[in-house]
Design a binder for this molecule. Structure first.
Ligand code: C5P
Length: 350
C-alpha cells in the first residue's frame, strides 16, 4: 500500500525563550549629547529566561503577562516592539503575545529588553518580514539601549549607549548565582544620580584589559567592576548593608567575580564549577536571601536556541524564504546550558 507523506502541521503558536543577561563589567565614560551615557560594558546571557508565546491573529496586537508589575498596555516594551515592526513593515497583521515572567522585574537583568527582542525575532519570522537580527537592529535600539544585545546574545561588548554590540571571540562559560533583593530599581534614576556625582573619570579601560588578556581561568575577572554600583546603592540605601553581606558570601564561596548587574538590583557571582555555585546558593539561602542559579549561554548556544524555536515554524511552513537572513539558522541544536560539559570558567573561541 502506498503511503502519502502529509506535510507537517503548522504549529499554532511560536514559543521562544527570552534569556536574561548580566553585565560582567560596566564603565560609564560620560554624558552624551542625547542625555544618555556613553558606556563600555561586557554583556553575558544566562539561561534564566522568560517564556514568550506568540499566537498569530489576523489583526490586533495584544500582550498578556503573568507578573502584576508588568504593564499590558503600550508601556510594555514587547507590545511596542510588535507595533514598531508592523509599522516598519507596513503590514496589517496581528498577534497575541503571552509572557511568563521568571526574570526578576527591575533587577538589571534585561528581562523587558529580552522579551522585546524575542518578539521582534519571532514576529519577523511569523509575519515573514525577513529582516533578521541585522535588519532589526535599528528598531531594537529605538526601543531601548539593551534591546540590540538580545539580538546577538552570548558574551559581547556593548559600546555607545550599550546598543552597539560586538560579540567576543572568547565566550565565557560558567555558573551564575543571582541574588534577587525583590525590589526594583529605576535605571533612569541611577543614571541621574551618577550625573550628580560624575567628576572627570579616569579612563582606565578595564574592559579592554580584560578582553585583551588571554581570559584563561579566573585571573582576568577580578579587574572588572560596575561603575553604577555606588549610584544604585545611593538610590536604594536599604540595599547597601545587604550588598556587603551578599558580596562577602559570594567571594567566600569562591566567586571569580561578584558584582551588581546593570543598574541593579540583582547581584551575582560567577563560578567555575557547579559545586561552588551550589555552595554559594546554600549559604545565601541560609542567610535569608532569594537566590537563583543559572548557567552562562554562549553565542552559539543562543543562536542554536533561536534556530530551534524559529526553525519549527519555518519547517512546518515548508519554506525557507528568509532563512539565509537569519544568523541563527545554522548549526546543530542543544539546549543552552545543557548537554554540554560546562565545568570551569572556560573560554570558548567561536
Ligand atoms: O534605553 P532604556 O530605556 O533602557 O534606558 C533607560 C534609562 O536609562 C534612560 O532613560 C536613560 O535615563 C538611562 N540610560 C542612560 N545611558 C545609557 C542607557 C540608559 O542614561 N547608555
Amino acid at each position: 500500500m502506498e503511503r502519502t507523506l502529509k506535510p507537517a502541521a503548522r504549529p499554532r503558536v511560536l514559543r521562544v525563550p527570552a534569556y536574561a543577561k548580566v553585565n560582567l563589567g560596566l564603565e560609564v565614560l560620560g554624558v552624551r549629547e542625547d542625555g544618555y551615557h556613553e558606556l563600555r560594558t561586557l554583556f553575558q546571557t544566562i539561561d534564566l529566561h522568560d517564556d514568550v508565546v506568540i499566537r498569530p491573529r489576523r489583526r490586533g496586537l495584544e500582550v498578556r503577562c503573568d507578573h502584576p508589575d508588568v504593564p499590558q498596555d503600550e508601556r510594555n516594551l514587547a507590545l511596542r516592539a510588535a507595533l514598531e515592526l508592523r509599522r516598519h513593515a507596513g503590514i496589517e497583521r496581528g498577534a497575541e503575545i503571552a509572557i511568563s515572567k521568571r526574570i526578576p522585574v527591575g533587577g538589571g537583568l534585561g528581562g523587558g529588553s529580552s522579551d522585546a527582542a524575542a518578539v521582534l525575532m519571532a514576529l519577523d519570522r511569523l509575519w515573514a518580514v525577513g529582516l533578521g537580527p541585522a535588519g532589526l537592529h535599528g528598531l531594537a535600539r529605538r526601543l531601548g539601549a539593551d534591546v540590540p544585545f538580545f539580538l546577538v546574545g552570548g558574551t559581547a561588548l556593548g559600546l555607545a549607549r550599550g546598543d552597539e554590540v560586538y560579540p567576543l571571540r572568547c565566550q565565557v562559560r560558567g555558573h551564575v548565582v543571582l541574588v534577587d533583593p525583590g525590589r526594583p530599581i529605576s535605571t533612569a534614576a541611577v543614571f541621574a544620580r551618577m550625573d550628580r556625582g560624575l567628576t572627570a573619570r579616569e579612563n582606565s579601560n578595564k574592559i579592554f584589559r580584560f578582553v585583551s588578556s588571554d581570559l584563561e581561568g579566573f585571573r582576568a575577572f577580578p579587574i572588572l567592576a560596575n561603575d553604577l554600583e555606588q549610584a544604585a546603592l545611593e538610590e536604594a540605601p536599604d540595599l547597601a548593608d545587604q550588598v556587603g553581606r551578599i558580596r562577602g558570601i559570594l567571594i567566600r564561596e569562591g566567586a571569580a567575580l561578584a558584582a551588581l548587574s546593570g543598574s541593579g538590583s540583582s547581584f551575582f557571582g560567577l563560578y567555575d564549577d557547579a559545586r561552588r555555585a551550589r555552595g554559594a546558593q546554600s549559604a545565601l539561602t541560609a542567610a535569608g536571601f532569594i537566590v537563583l542559579r543559572a548557567r552562562t549561554v554562549s553565542l552559539d548556544q543562543y543562536r542554536n536556541s533561536w534556530a530551534r524555536s524559529l526553525g519549527a515554524w519555518r519547517d512546518a511552513r515548508g519554506s525557507n524564504q528568509s532563512r539565509s537572513r537569519h544568523h541563527g539558522d545554522h548549526g546543530r541544536q542543544g539546549h543552552p546550558g545543557r548537554g554540554r560539559k560546562a565545568e570551569g570558567l572556560r573560554v570558548h573561541r567561536v
